[in-house]
Design a binder for this molecule. Structure first.
Ligand code: VG1
Ligand code: CO
Length: 543
């Protein structure tokens, strides 16, 4: 095996989005495309000679091929060692766990997360740093800059490494260690949660359905929930990761996890329902006839954290992305702890977690996590809920309604307008950006605008500034409308409109969400002229 230096030319558009570089598989299959990006990562890091990296992905189409490419390139670039998940499998939170546990230089995660998989669907790649978290913007910017000037990359002439057999080996002088994809992660979960209590909860006859949506949470959920926690076989459904996720959208929300929703709405529903996404960093929590809004889930975990061994010491603080509802803010206030508001994307939580300023973090997009790793973590969130169910003896519905009775309810919904033409979508945002500066103090739909801006974030730890993170309109009763464009899609543009209204009166908590938000939905549509600018009168996905 010899090291080769291959001449190449930059590809346009290798700019990482909200979470890494995501493109159609066929784009990644072009000669040199993946190689250019990987070499740009290595170059932006100042080289990887002598370093140890973690490598794995969600098992989608092109995962195995990409693992081989990256192993060859890591060896050719002089890496000391690559730790690979068996079969190329590592969930995003498991990769974060392994990077931290073995104190590696960083890791490469292959996933397009909640995006569909298969030859005609999406693939993705991102770099995580030594804290186990997604590279911050200064690194992703440097990677992107490198992709625009790259002229060569290093690789090996043909080599295929056996990634299915556990154990250590060599590839052109570089050590390769194929590890059990689940073991380290499962060990971490046992340190955080009361496994005996959850085991007793299942032994008492409680039931659950965990829908892995044929994605990478399957092996993790099966080993932990059916294995270590003794839930009956069949508790985890769609638990075998498939390259095309069985043709489904591996996105755990009511619009895409329809099988689970039907199960939880049936007369024979189990006590607890949950689902996770392509790379197992998202979670959806479901009670009988009740989908727990991710923003509420974060607030409920924060309010009850002391019941869970790993968080019994209490929380240093909490953090949420700006569009996430303010439900957790009320909990933080009651607990007397700080609540941070960050831009969308898990990378913005990293510094807060590293600095010990926040313990729990969450996003409205079915993402919840803590300082145990530096990614959001789907299976962890499900275990947290299981621990709460076991510790309180209450149902999901009870925990939610009691939470609302104590703190009030933040009605919340996200309306997505997918696959829009890019130009009008950008124009819509640009027009809002102009208009937003004039809105404070005015009346919209009978409410007074208290604050209106284009959200910008100054990181309290390293002082970095991130602008243009979404248009927000906050009313004097706490209601909010937020608009932003998605940074994870691979086709056209997706407009996300986030809607929130606070209701203190428990007599009003039973309202249907869309009805409770109807006034704001109307204002949001008119203010941005969504129908006029996009030709759409209804959103594609409502969650
Ligand atoms: C979306 C979500 C965001 C999340 C990101 C990655 O980004 O809104 O909250 O962090 O996906 O999640 P965007 O830019 O499309 O709104 V995952 O599970 O796809 O890595
Ligand atoms: Co994901």
């Amino acid at each position: 095996m010899t090291i080769q230096t291959i001449a190449t030319r930059p590809f346009e558009g290798q700019k990482p989005g909200t979470s890494g570089l995501r493109k159609k598989v066929r784009v990644f299959q072009q000669a040199h495309y993946l190689e250019n990006f990987v070499q740009s990562i290595f170059d932006a890091l100042g080289g990887i000679a002598g370093k140890v990296l973690v490598l794995g992905g969600d098992g989608r189409y092109h995962n195995r091929a990409a693992v081989q490419t990256i192993l060859c390139m890591a060896a050719a670039n002089g890496a000391a060692k690559v730790i690979v998940g068996q079969g190329g499998i590592l969930s995003t939170p498991a990769a974060s766990c392994v990077i931290r546990k073995y104190q590696t230089f960083g890791g490469i995660i292959l996933s397009a997360s909640h995006n569909p998989g298969g030859l005609d669907e999406d693939f993705g790649i991102k770099y995580n740093t030594d804290n186990g978290g997604p590279a911050p913007e200064k690194i992703t910017d440097a990677i992107y800059a490198r992709t625009t000037t790259i002229s060569e990359y290093k690789t090996l002439d043909a080599a295929v490494y056996d990634i299915d057999t556990l154990g250590s080996g060599q590839l052109a002088g570089m050590a390769v260690e194929v590890i059990d994809s689940v073991l380290d992660y499962a060990a971490l979960m046992q340190q955080l949660f009361d496994f005996p209590a959850i085991r007793a909860w299942f032994a008492a006859g409680h039931t659950m359905q965990f829908d892995s949506l044929s994605a990478v949470s399957g092996p993790y959920a099966t080993r932990v929930i059916e294995g270590l926690l003794g839930a009956p076989a069949g508790t985890v459904v769609n638990g075998v990761p498939l390259e095309d996720f069985g043709g489904h959208h591996p996105d755990p929300n009511p619009a895409h996890a329809t099988e689970l929703i039907a199960t939880m709405n049936a007369a024979t529903a189990p006590d607890f329902g949950a689902a996770s996404d392509g790379d197992a960093d998202r979670n959806m929590i479901v009670g009988r006839n009740l989908v727990v809004t991710p923003s509420d889930s974060l607030a409920i975990l924060a309010a009850n954290a002391k019941l869970v061994p790993g968080y019994a010491r209490g929380l240093a603080g909490v953090a949420r992305s700006m569009p996430t509802s303010c439900a957790v803010d009320r909990v933080a206030k009651a607990l007397g702890i700080a609540c941070y508001e960050t831009p969308t994307g898990w990378k913005f939580f990293g510094n807060l977690l590293d600095a010990g300023k926040a313990t729990l973090c969450g996003e409205e997009s079915y993402g919840t996590g803590s300082d145990h790793v530096r990614e959001k973590d789907g299976v962890w969130a499900v275990l947290f809920w299981l621990n709460l169910l076991a510790a309180t003896g209450k149902s999901v519905n009870q925990l939610v309604s009691e939470h609302w009775a104590t703190y009030g309810r933040n009605f919340y919904s996200r309306h997505d307008y997918e696959a829009l033409d890019v130009e009008p979508a950008n124009a819509l945002l640009a027009a809002l950006r102009e208009k937003v500066t004039t809105l404070a103090g005015t009346q919209l739909g009978g409410k007074t605008v208290a604050l209106a801006d284009d959200f910008a974030y100054d990181d309290p730890v390293d002082g970095s500034h991130s602008g243009k993170q979404g248009i927000r309109i906050v009313f004097d009763d706490g209601s909010r409308i937020v608009y932003r464009l998605s940074g994870t899609g691979t086709e056209g543009a997706t407009l996300r409109v986030y809607l929130e209204r606070y209701e203190a009166d428990p007599a009003q908590h039973g309202q249907e969400t869309q009805a409770a938000l109807a006034g704001l939905i109307k204002v949001a549509g008119e203010l941005a002229d969504i129908a006029g600018r996009t030709g759409r009168t209804t959103p594609t996905v409502v969650t």
